[in-house]
Ligand binder design. Sequence first.
Ligand code: SAM
Length: 319
Amino acid sequence: METTVLTTFAKDIIEGLSGKVKTLPSKYFYDEQGDKIFQAIMDMPEYYLTECEFEIFSEQKDSIHRAFSAGNEPFDLIELGAGDGLKTKILLRYLLDQQVDFVYYPVDISNHILDELVLDLKAEMPELKVSPINQEYFEALNTLRNMNDRKNIVLFLGSNIGNFHKFEATQFLSKLSASCRKNDMLFIGIDQKKDPRIIQQAYDDPHNITASFNLNLLMRINRELGADFNIDQFKHYANYNPENGEVNSYIFSKSNQVVKIRTLNCEISFAENEYIHTEISKKYNIQEIKHLADNSGFKVLKNFTDNKNYFVDSLWEII
Ligand SMILES: C[S@@+](CC[C@H](N)C(=O)[O-])C[C@H]1O[C@@H](n2cnc3c(N)ncnc32)[C@H](O)[C@@H]1O
């Protein structure tokens, strides 16, 4: 198992760094170190996304539950990219207090964060039925297809969908709707377009925590593939473009340099100011969210927003 994951990682890294324009997949941010830095990001005042979604879950959990269980059908919860479950725990606690009978299936590619989540849940909610799945999103949905025959409510929180370009998001969500059953639902967290300075600060904070998150990708390549990236010779850059609603994050080379990746027996050259594209974080407005649902086999049932109207958790049904 470990070998397969490493081989896929190695293959993706070499492919990304060998192209004319260098890229690295953002899913590789989340090793043990990356998980910790992401938790520090969620604690920053500039990263408003977590606070807004936390508020939605805290203040509207009863309406969310009512919307999930319209028709009184029993349901299970599947969470794609669950992370540390910070916001989900509010809903899980509420459902248990309401004596709702359900299983919680957290899915995450990071086994470290998944282990941490399960340990926390066992301590905080011993009565919760939890069944973790350490796989990629669609692998997990395939695994789950044979595991339960109840209505599934798929949670995809924290604006994870923003890590896809708009056309990729439509493809991803179409695949998701196709893999769901007729009465399943999707509860998706999406960051809204807003004052560009507020968005910019969330991805380029004055404490340099986002910078260390981005640069950890190079450290991970050093750790796992025996590379010799000198982190001091690279810098983080993020830019929000209000025209397409995308924050693009990059790692820039500060100098002309050559990096060796020992286990892959290769060298990668960087020119001064050459960049690696590492992440996209796309923002939507309410109309675009409706289009996203309409174009991917879903229909928006209800939008839950925070008091500042910065973030939306949108409940979709299959059409
Ligand atoms: C931005 S964090 C958000 C975590 C959580 N949803 C939240 O709102 O706080 C993204 C999480 O998704 C996981 N992830 C990213 N790409 C994934 C993939 N392709 N398959 C499964 N999990 C993935 C990461 O490991 C990470 O824990």
